[in-house]
Design a protein around this ligand. Sequence first.
Ligand code: ZN
Length: 284
Amino acid sequence: MKLIRFGNAGSEKPGIQLENGTRLDVSGFGQDYNEDFFGGDGLDRLKNWLSSNSENCPEIGEEVRLGAPLCRPSKIVCIGLNYAKHAQEAGMKIPGEPVLFFKATSAIVGPNDDVVIPKGSEKTDWEVELGVVIGKKASYVSESEAMNHVAGYVLHNDYSERAFQIEREGQWVKGKSCDTFAPLGPFIATKDEISDPHNLNLWLNVNGEQLQNSNTSDFVFDIPTSISYISQFMTLLPGDVISTGTPFGVGLGFDPPRYLKPGDVVELGIDGLGTSSQVARAHK
Ligand code: ZN
């Protein structure tokens, strides 16, 4: 199943996208894609409900805005430097254990919303990433159990302001959490739709030029390792998103570095998870 949310920002409704691309409004199901949904067997309940109600679900027009395909979760946990070649371009060592940082959930926007270059920013950068959506509470889980805690996968652009992230005092969170810095979607693909999450091509273009093009087979730490590792330090709740790191080809890695300016168009995609596109604009 492919879960979407649609409508104006702040008043999105749940929907699904069928194999043929048709989008259906499933607000009649009565529950949005939140912690209770994922943690309360919502995927199974929705599937059952659809088997007798899908014919009565209104179609969603193609012009309708997509929101992020889940309600604001308790956290976005990001893995840093999880592709060897990206660690190299960032001038950092391949870490001996996963590097974790948070991204504020207030940064979440729809997949095709504008990315706003923050006030005072000169180094707004892109990062195509595979997001893992948690389906079941995870605390001290083993690597062998970890995949039972996954609901599905989602495309994420982990926008990053490099001066805020690296040149300012303290932790990376300041450069990762600006409003609009977490476009998610177009949809969540449930786990059964992705046969091997460790063999997915992912790519990103800026103004039509391909700058990132890699495969999740290059992860330093795979998904079970990451889930198990994170769960030793905090409880992952249903609906939480783990962003698994970005491959080579971010703006920081170019000589000279390349950063976004108003009007730039960023497009990205991952096998089986669709594509998204953001236009950069200045903060008003
Ligand atoms: Zn990242």
